[in-house]
Design a protein around this ligand. Sequence first.
Ligand code: ATP
Ligand code: MG
Length: 409
Amino acid sequence: VQAEIVTIGTELLLGEIVDTNSAWIAQAFTTIGLNLFYTTTVGDNLQRVTQVLRAALERSDVVVTTGGLGPTVDDMTRDAVAAATERGLVLNEELLAEISCFFAKHGRGMTDNNRKQAYVPEGATVIHNPVGTAPCFAVAWHGHLIISLPGVPHEMVYLMEHAVLPLLRERLGMQGIIKSRTIHTTGIGESAVDAQIGDLMQGDNPSVGTRAHPGQTDVVITAKADSEAQAEALISPVEQAIRARLGAVVYGADREQHAPAILSLLRERGLTLATVESATQGELAQELYIAAGGDPVYAAGLVIAESGGCPLGLGAEALGAAGLGSQQAADALAERARQVTGAYLGLAVVGPCAWKQGYAPLIYYCLATPEGLVRREPRTGREGPAGRGWLRHLALELVRRHLLGLEQI
Ligand code: ATP
Ligand code: MG
């Protein structure tokens, strides 16, 4: 079955807001086996919205729209759906009662444009919206279906989960369930993962695919079956084979994340960690702090600037001539962080902070432990969130591998 998404709103076209609704809905479609061939964004213009919806309905079985359901003049989705499906708009008494009730409850008077929201295309199925004021609806057109949802992301998500996905499942005669297992690896790129498990990725059920994130590659195993238990039985042997093949680069699955996984390891052993960072610009501390939720397992994090004088009371000579850009600096800072905070482990990820365009400096790592210093190869840092993501994962991996007695990468 072919599906299509239309997001409506001029601010999307102007780039003032990012269209996250499309991404969310696209992912949701894959979980119910709908094929998505087109996603369109259109501004608040009745003629253009109508044209886009008509074209979408003609070529796709299911069309989901978001935005433009509010009470104002620039909200014209209901008019456009009515025009595209060649119907009039009719007043829905039940919706009108709901809307007046909402205004009565909030002690506000209802205006004419609020009344407008009680109109839906003739023959539409109303989808009640308990998390907002914009009512939604589905309209059938020559065996095709168009469903209009609000633009506000949390309302859209609620309605997709509670009304639209169940409705589509039923309409598509979908029996059974789809279950996925996501295996998280770190410190290894997508192509390297692919090279190791390519032959295990050929199957249909379960299907196996990879997803690349900065510093993390996920392997997603998805099974279709009549029951949860049957799906698990399909996934389990493939998961074991993949884990056996990939070995130590696997740090967790599904909701497990790298930083929390490491904090759990520390907690189990009654150990604590402190960090010093420059290249990761505070993201390492933030990630660990949030994951620890105030638990002293994460003792402290210091973010230092390149010309920050004598961090942690260290003299310039302790860092060496290259400032933060040396292994000597990483070693000194990791050990010092441990001493100053009294944490069991001190982790440093440092390097020049003021990166020039096109200049990729080396970033140095060190983990100070009571038994001595643990290092990994310095790695070229890249600017931006993706670059910092890699550095963060590599720093965390130094700790994980040390705690588990695994060879450092
Ligand atoms: P309302 O009754 O709240 O006006 P609506 O259906 O008319 O609902 P819009 O006015 O189009 O929705 O959008 C409301 C807000 O939702 C926008 O200001 C924007 O912040 C957010 N939004 C709209 N469309 C999208 C989208 N495609 N992706 C992410 N956010 C969106
Ligand atoms: Mg609006």
